[in-house]
Each structure stands twice: as C-alpha cells, then as structure tokens.
Design a protein around this ligand. Structure first.
Ligand code: GLU
Length: 403
C-alpha cells in the first residue's frame, strides 16, 4: 500500500485514514460442547473502511486466526471491492477454532452464538459477511436464520454465499475461480500468449483451487500439480482435476491419489512451489511464498487466488526476477463480485439466471484487469502496485468528497 501510495502521490491524510480500520469488534463466544463442558471461543470482526458503501468481507474459522491477521484481511477487502469498482467497503471476521475438531452440532451452536454477538454490527446496509477459509453456505444459512430471528423477519441480505434455496446467487460457489479465469484469459490475450500447452501448478485444493483446476483443464491448460495442506500430487504429463477431486473427497489426501493412466508422484508443498511451470496459482493461505523460498520459484506468472499468499518481501524478490504477479485483490475478486450480485438480488427479491451472472462477472473482471494493466504502464508499476493505485484513486475520491 505504501509503495503504491508513493507512486500515485496519494494525499497523506487519505493514506493515514486507509492505514487504520474504522472499527474493531472482539467477541467471546461461549459454546456448550457435546460432552457437557463449556468452551469460550474468541471471535473478531474488523470493519476497515465504509467510504464507498457498506462493509463487506468473509468470516473464517481457523485455529491460526488472530486480530492482526483479520485487520490486514479487512484492509484487503476495502482494496478488493474498490479495484473491481463495487459500491462496498471492506471488513473481515474470524473465530479462533479448528472446525474439523467440532461435531456438526457444536459448529452450529458456535456459529449461531457468534451471529448473535455480531448482530448489532451487521446487516444488508451495514456490514455483510460471507464465507472464507473453512466456512461455507451452511454456516451462512445458520447466520441468516439467527439474524432473521432477532429481527423478527427474513433478512436474506445479511450474508452472502448462501445456497440457492435460501437467496443465494447462481455462480457464487465457483465465482472466485471463474473471476480468476476471466482475468487470466484477458491477461494472456493482452500479452498475445496462447493458452494451449501452458503448464499450471495449483497450491490449495479447496473451493477456489479445485474449481480453478477444472476450469483451466477445460480451457486447454495443462494442470501438472495440485496440493492440499498435507501434500501435493505431481503428474508431469498433466492430470485430470475431476479425478483428483473425487479421489481427494474419498481419501482426504490429494497427494496420495493414484490416477488411472497417469504417472504421478507425491511431492511436498515446498517442492510444489518450486516446480518449473508457466503459471503458479496460489489458492491456500497467506504467506506461502516468502523471502525464504521466493528466489526458488520458477513459474513465469503467479496468480493469487488466496488472500496474501506472497509476503511483501517475496514480492520484491519476484519482481527482481521478472516473475509477474496478478495480485489477490484483483485475481480473487470474483467471489466478492458475485456476493455483491447476491446482495442486489436479495434486496430486490428478483433473481438472475446463470448467463446474466456470468456476463456481469466477466465484464467486471475484464474491465478491472484493463484498468490495472493501464495503470501499470502509466505509473511503471507492478500489477500489485497498479491494483492498489486503481483502488486507492477511487477511495481517495470518495473520502475527499465526504470530508
Ligand atoms: N472471502 C472472500 C474474499 O476474501 C469473499 C468475500 C465476500 O464475498 O464478501 O474475497
């Protein structure tokens, strides 16, 4: 942010405003466990900036959540919404918990209690949470239900990322990956590069990574490796993502999958990041490429489907090596874009078909890429700096008009 602010000569007062979240909410979430004991979990919601509209951003349930992380993620959401020109601000929430250790009933009680604690601070015109790491449409359904009970009426627009049956939008489930595909294809088109034969390595095989692998394969890219948190599967000749996914669903470990007719081997996550390839897609967690391993990355292009997977120090090393990075706030903005479409549909109580969603998503993503690309040339900036410049120009205008 500071690098971009310097390049664009951002007003210092605006920079000071953007460096500080508007509101920090910390809650304790008491939950009766199945064994009768009470546990108290800690949860957060950070509302970073609302100059351009209501706060927006996901909620993650993860053992490594902490306030500093949520603060950083909330600022990213402000930038992300601004770079794709959504009339929304930025926020993020999280609970320190390993949801894999909870029963489904415990998870429901935790979610509902967290929703009650946040109820005064969220709403369709105030702050709209969504899924993030280890949260999903079921968790959104419980929050919708709990919030609606408090309000005494249905409030579908309180969260996005819901199931279709509960006011969700067509295209939301794979929106992050689809948005990344639209940006990547426009990037390759603008640089006159061919899709065919480009090799792709994907770190993270959750919602974003697995859908992305499927789309890439369908378009003619050669996906040669995928990984989850426990290991990676490397198939030099290319793999079939659908098969890898069904194997992961069955066995739980993508690295150990044996795919019929394909010669593959298990490698570590560290090795995966250093594979020779055209495109490295990072769709796991933050800080995966750091100053320790950045020098060993051999990809020509990195696409950040996760939030913050390249550390700031690594970013400088990659730029020196000539490795291009399509940054998170642009590459993964498809998720929040379809979230915005979902909110609009909820408020109007009128629902669009899949073609309409895709058409609007493609337009939003390709226009955002074009602006970032133009700004990268105008300011002699990396794509990340240019994405921040694009976002901060919009934020600067809104904040100035209001002050
Ligand atoms: N958690 C997603 C993100 O980081 C989606 C947020 C949203 O839809 O509000 O972009």
């Amino acid at each position: 942010m500071r690098r971009a602010a310097k390049l664009m000569d951002l007003n210092v007062e605006i920079e000071m405003i953007l460096q500080n979240p508007e509101r920090l909410i910390e809650v304790s979430v008491p939950v009766r466990m199945d064994n009768g004991c009470l546990r108290v979990f800690r949860g957060f919601r950070v509302q970073h900036n609302s100059a351009r509209g209501p706060y927006k951003g996901g909620i993650r349930f993860h053992p490594d959540v902490d306030l500093e992380e949520i603060k950083a993620l909330s600022a990213w959401m402000t930038m992300k919404c601004a770079v794709v020109n959504l009339p929304l601000g930025g926020a993020k929430g999280g609970v320190i918990v390993d949801p894999k250790e909870l029963s489904i009933e415990e998870l429901e009680r935790l979610t509902r209690r967290y929703a009650v604690a946040l109820a005064p601070f969220i709403g369709p015109k105030l702050d709209i949470p969504a899924p993030d790491v280890y949260t999903n449409a079921q968790i959104m359904a419980w929050i919708t239900d709990e919030y609606s009970k408090i309000k005494g009426k249905n409030v579908f627009g309180v969260v996005t990322g819901k199931s279709l049956a509960l006011g969700g939008s067509e295209g939301r489930i794979d929106a992050t990956s689809q948005g990344g595909v639209y940006v990547l294809c426009k990037y390759l088109e603008d640089l006159n590069e061919d899709i065919k034969g480009q090799t792709v390595v994907i770190q993270g095989f959750g919602n974003a990574g697995s859908h992305f692998a499927k789309f890439m394969h369908g378009l003619g890219f050669k996906v040669i490796a995928v990984s989850d948190s426990k290991g990676a599967l490397y198939c030099e000749e290319g793999l079939l993502p659908e098969k890898a996914l069904s194997c992961k669903v069955e066995s739980g470990l993508v690295g150990e999958c044996e795919l019929a007719g394909q010669s593959c081997k298990m490698i570590s996550n560290e090795e995966l990041l250093e594979l020779e390839c055209d495109i490295l897609v990072l769709s796991a967690l933050e800080n995966q490429v750091t100053k320790e391993n950045a020098a060993n990355v051999k990809a020509k292009l990195i696409l950040e489907l996760a939030n913050g997977p390249v550390s700031p120090e690594a970013d400088v090393i990659l730029a020196e090596k000539g490795i291009k990075v399509i940054p998170d706030i642009l590459a993964n903005a498809g998720g929040v874009t379809v979230s915005y479409f979902e909110l609009v549909q909820n408020e109007a109580n009128y629902y669009w078909d899949s073609d309409e969603v895709q058409e609007k998503l493609k337009k939003t993503m390709t226009e955002a890429w074009t602006e970032v690309f133009e700004n990268s040339k105008k300011y002699n900036a990396t794509y990340r700096e240019a994405a921040f410049i694009t976002a901060m120009k919009r934020l600067e205008e809104a904040i100035k008009l209001r002050s």
